[in-house]
Design a protein around this ligand. Sequence first.
Ligand code: GLY
Length: 585
Amino acid sequence: MGQLNVPLTRRALLGGAAGLALTRGAFAQVRRSTVDDPIIAGYARNLPVLAAHGMVASQEMQASRIGVDILRRGGNAVDAAVATGFALAVTLPRAGNIGGGGFMLVHLAAAQKTVAIDYREMAGALTTRDVFLDEGGRFQPSKSQASGLGVGVPGTVAGFALAHEKYGSGKFSLADLIAPAAALARDGFIVDDDLADSLPSAVRRFAPWPSSRAIFMHADGRPFGRGERLVQGDLAASLEAIMTRGPRGFYEGETARRIVAAVEGAGGRMTLDDLASYRAVEREPVRGTYRGREVVSMPPPSSGGVHVIEILNILEGFDIAALGHNSAATIHLMAEAMKLAYADRSKYLGDPDFVKVPMAGLTSKAYAEKLRAQISLERARPSTDIGPGAPYESDQTTHYSVVDAQGNAVSNTYTLNFSYGLGLVAPGTGILLNNELDDFAAREGVSNAFGLTGGDANAPGPRKRPLSSMSPSFVFEDGALRLVTGSPGGSRIINIVLQIIMNVVDHRMNVAEASEAPRIHHQWLPDELRVEKGLSPDTVRLLEKLGHKVMLMPVIGSTQTIERARGQLAGAADTRQRGTGVAGY
Ligand code: GLY
């Protein structure tokens, strides 16, 4: 264990850091201060939090503070991202995790280099093409969504360890960065905000698993509620095993044995060798341009970056700024471009270690021009004219963004797939396991509970990574980092990130306005244009006249965005969930 220990962590949690700027989603409080005890300076809807040096925007304020504490003590953006990620595994257990996986984009300012770390979960070696089918060849969603067969080998610990080892500042050991999370798990923290909001709906997922009920529910079956202290002693011990032994404390030994036993007990086929041989890998990020800015994002096995760029390329041919933000004309063009990209998603995208993904073609300006020519300004094109397939939806992912004083940055999205993953805590570990393998296409042409169909490119297979939509992204202007963004939201992530970029570039919004603005989403199939509350009825009527089937959705996504401009950092935590927070100094 290194020097950063519990007392320092507690100080950070109590908010006793000088010059800390904070905002909490939903309450949208902004604290601006140059004194030791930050003060609430007011309500700041549509105004970002400002800071001069470093900033973390995440879906849970305690985790943001832990990240900023690391920055203030000389850590770089990667150190802060690792500490924030471990903390979210404790404080935002429905999506923050060490039992899941994700993607981290790292920008290294001095080297002018961006790297993509793929720590997506991987199918075990015993996974077969028909793993989620019954004897008659019919897809059984219960196998991929509610049994051990859906659990992928977790990648988060390997991904964070790789990021720390290669790109951390060297001033903090991995144990230093885990210590705040371990303290929160061991001492407990008060249930509030998103945790209090989400636990009641997870009761059904926990029902089959006594190990999970024992942590998140009282003996009488009530979930922990607002104001109660949640202590996760087993999770603290699992984190401490990683502090002592590094990633081997997770992928080998007692924790690994318990994970394998839990997966087997739930009907899965994971082996100790699957865990021991898991590796996070570095990949070349996917790059494109939009109106002179460079967009850098996550490559396969995420579909995110490819399609954000594909849609931006199509829309670049229209004068979106002149058509106006969320006008019927703009939304129509966006929806038509989205349909075309999502149709490509189901056909071409998969794990690049197993299938050849035509990345250059899909992200080329020439291809976008061809697609653009198919768009009518007068009429929505029925999705059935475009082709078969449909993507996947889930809100149960989480994103955070980090920028440090040197201009290094991290954009990280990770997930358990469903809210609280499979709902199963591996007994004795406190670790919630994912059900990520449901992101595979179980069978050609058959949709899962979320409407997913796909083909061979994303078929289940041994040691394969299922296709994702997670899109941690950067935007650069004149070679300098301008925007760090990302979101949860399953297949909607692509369109959510797209709209943050368009809102800033086309509509000249600040990042808080860009985050608050009502969002829209079309995912090709079902042929529905989904919109958040806030579009005018006139706009909806015009869209319906163009042939769109407009559906109202409660919320779309939860972006955590930092903009670097005019010598300062401006952060916005999405207010669509309670408890999100930007912290800066
Ligand atoms: N599990 C959701 C995604 O990776 O896109």
